[in-house]
Ligand binder design. Structure first.
Ligand code: DLL
Length: 427
């Protein structure tokens, strides 16, 4: 499936798409209502391009049909439930049949294998177990691959490091921010990462920049590979970077159809253009989605990859349509600020962006940790550093911000996804 000529792949996709649309139309009232309103019948899907005729599905559709209203099978056929926490409102709930769990395990095994993991590996799974899809999703994939999985979940960081030492963990699975947290804890415990057996880290569930990749690779003495996924589509294992090129994530297109659209107009954009990712699941039974708006911003490119896979690649997610801050009219993504910070000596990649509104004016403060040596240095050194960060952010974004350098370990560490932005504006 991963190296099929594209014509072959596309004919499989079309067959699966037509079957899916017919099934969803028949079994899920909210989908049928939307399609009727748009004047589309399942028979209208004759080519892959006809996908564009179908209405989008939004997170709000999931919320409106909370918890199980968009499931396409009777509840007795559902064997697993997950949910994404979200920051506002009700969580979104997703379900899996036995076959869905099997599909997912295969996909995650394929993803792990893209990163060079194999039978014989000791997979240290620090993604959270529970309603979050990271822990169990990766767990089943590692087992399917034939590797040994250590289900440590997030937290208890010191114990994680002892386990790495004693069990000989070779593959680390975690959020990139937690990987940094682990690196700091190793340093504090006097553990040299080079003395561990870790070879590769598979990091995802939150955005992380190329500069963060370098930082994590250096600090943990491993290769760092990006994995993408979201609960509504299946969980981790929607797309994965290959170790050969580390140049974008291959989307497992035999199961997921990807589009990039203009988030404002909904129009499909040509390959290579930046926009919002939209996914249609082709094989899921319990909870398929049609044209699901992810709000993630990326780009698709079809150029052949040195690894031999013919699957389309998506660029690292650079932000979300909803975490884009508009500061005095300028669009700002946390990833751009991270890029600046990671490039500056003496600054740790632990940061938070605090946005306030004073009168009619937005203000942005970047709080960033500095290393122990710098923090105990003269005030002038600190002032110069703060100014340097301010200037570089201004150069890149055109926005003036204030910079507050804080003591090491004072910004709250994440055990899962990091909270980068605190927006105190009441808009
Ligand atoms: O985060 C699934 C996952 C678990 C992916 C473990 C990778 C590893 P949700 O909690 O539903 O699912 O959150 C999905 O997280 O829409 C993106 O905004 C973000 N996200 C996931 N992977 C990446 C990534 C899991 N590699 C949301 N880069 C998505 C950037 C990511 N953002």
């Amino acid at each position: 499936m991963e190296t099929l000529p594209r014509v072959g792949l596309e004919s499989i996709q079309l067959r699966r798409l037509r079957k899916l649309v017919a099934r969803v139309y028949k079994t899920v009232e909210p989908y049928r209502r939307k399609m009727d309103a748009a004047g589309i019948k399942p028979e209208d899907i004759q080519t892959l391009a006809d996908l564009q005729k179908l209405p989008f599905t939004y997170k709000d559709d999931l919320r409106d049909n909370y918890p199980f209203g968009l499931f396409t099978v009777p509840m007795e056929d559902v064997v697993r439930i997950h949910a994404s926490s979200g920051t506002t409102g009700k969580p979104t709930v997703v379900g899996y049949t036995k076959k869905d769990i099997d599909t997912w395990a295969n996909l995650m095994a394929r993803a792990l294998s893209c990163a060079g993991a194999h039978k014989g590996d000791m997979v240290h799974n620090a993604y959270g177990y529970g309603l979050f899809t990271g822990g169990l999703g990766a767990h089943y994939g590692a087992e399917r691959l034939g590797a040994a999985v250590i289900p440590v979940s997030g937290g208890n960081t010191k114990r994680q490091i002892t386990i790495m030492q004693d069990f000989g963990s070779t593959v680390l699975l975690s959020t990139p921010s937690y990987a940094l947290n682990l690196a700091d804890a190793m340093e504090a415990m006097g553990v040299d990462p080079a003395s561990l057996s870790l070879r590769v880290g598979i990091f995802g569930a939150e955005p992380w920049s190329e500069s963060m990749r370098e930082e994590v690779e250096k600090k943990l003495n491993i290769k760092a590979v990006d994995i993408y996924g979201l609960s509504e589509v299946i969980g981790p294992g929607v797309a994965m970077e290959c170790l050969q090129t580390l140049g974008g994530m291959h989307i497992f297109e035999d199961h997921f159809l990807a589009e990039i659209i203009d988030p404002e107009t909904g129009e499909v954009l040509p390959p290579g253009e930046k926009g919002e990712l939209v996914f249609t699941t082709l094989t899921k039974e319990a909870f398929p989605v049609i044209r699901y708006r992810t709000k993630d911003i990326s780009r698709l490119f079809y150029e052949p990859c040195a690894c031999g896979r013919t699957l389309v690649r998506m660029e690292k997610v650079t932000g979300r349509t909803d975490d884009m801050l508009i500061i005095r009219g300028v669009n700002v993504f946390p990833s751009q600020i991270e890029h600046v910070l990671v490039g500056i000596e003496g600054v740790e990649p632990h940061y938070q962006i605090v946005v306030e509104r004073e009168g009619n004016l937005d203000t942005m403060q970047v709080r960033v940790e500095v290393s122990e040596e710098i923090f105990s240095d003269e005030i002038r050194v600190l002032e110069n550093l703060a100014r340097k960060i301010q200037v570089e952010i201004k150069d890149l974004l055109g926005v003036t911000c204030s910079v507050k350098l804080v003591e090491p370990k004072t910004i709250q560490r994440s055990e899962g996804k990091a909270q980068r932005v605190i927006d105190n504006r009441k808009i």
